[in-house]
Ligand binder design. Structure first.
Ligand SMILES: [Ca+2]
Ligand SMILES: [Ca+2]
Length: 213
């Protein structure tokens, strides 16, 4: 079955991410070193001219590292409901995520994209809602480079009002000293590992952010 990547502004996720390869321009930085954080406008989230719910509209995103553990934070424009509606194009599940590219030279092919489709990120830190429950997990996409499957590790996470947080031991991400990152809210109209995703908001937007700043 042919699936099509559809992303806000009609730009494919892979195309957008690939276009940014090697562009290491620092975003707005509130603090350097062990913390990066960016702000993002409210009212800019949506797909194809349609507006996303405010709880999918990123207004702040950041990453910090302390005691060997990364903490990923995101603030959205309205509190996340206990039971968010799954409406098109997010009719299957929705993500609040942090997309991490730890190796600019590699683009693993496959999940969460379709098989054979390259995607520059090595890691996806995700808080997902599937209509029944919220889950937090890390996609380690590095095994895809050698014919393996994406490795999924449950993560501790929290949602308090409009603030979402997930954390992971740095070693789970290969203890990277530098990487390119962005926060992203994403709608899916099919289960993962397909191209049926719709990116609603980036923070920082392309060309994304760097760690460290
Ligand atoms: Ca926004
Ligand atoms: Ca990469």
């Amino acid at each position: 079955m042919e699936m099509t990547i559809r992303v806000g502004l009609r730009r494919g996720m892979s195309a957008v991410l690939l276009a940014m390869a090697g562009m290491l321009v620092a975003p707005m930085v509130l603090a350097g070193g062990q913390r990066v954080a960016v702000t993002d406008p409210a009212g800019d989230a949506g797909f194809d001219g349609g507006s996303a719910p405010l709880y999918q509209d990123i207004v702040k995103a950041g990453i910090s590292l302390k005691d060997g553990r990364f903490t990923f934070t995101m603030e959205v424009a309205a509190p996340v409901p206990r039971h968010p509606a799954l409406t098109a194009p997010g009719s299957n599940h929705i993500w609040w995520s942090w997309l991490i590219d730890t190796d600019l030279a590699t683009e693993p092919e496959g999940c969460p994209s379709s098989s054979g489709v390259p995607h520059r990120t090595e890691f996806n830190v995700v808080i997902s809602w599937d209509g029944t429950a919220f889950t937090g997990f890390l996609n380690d996409r590095r095994p895809l480079l050698t014919g393996g499957d994406v490795a999924v590790t449950p993560l501790s996470f929290s949602i308090k009002g409009a603030t979402l947080m997930a954390s992971a031991r740095a070693s789970l991400l290969g203890s990277p000293s530098s990487f390119v990152w962005t926060g992203a809210t994403i709608d899916w109209n099919s289960p993962g590992c397909s191209e049926s995703l719709f990116i609603l908001d980036f923070a920082p937007p392309p060309p994304f952010g760097t760690w460290p700043a």
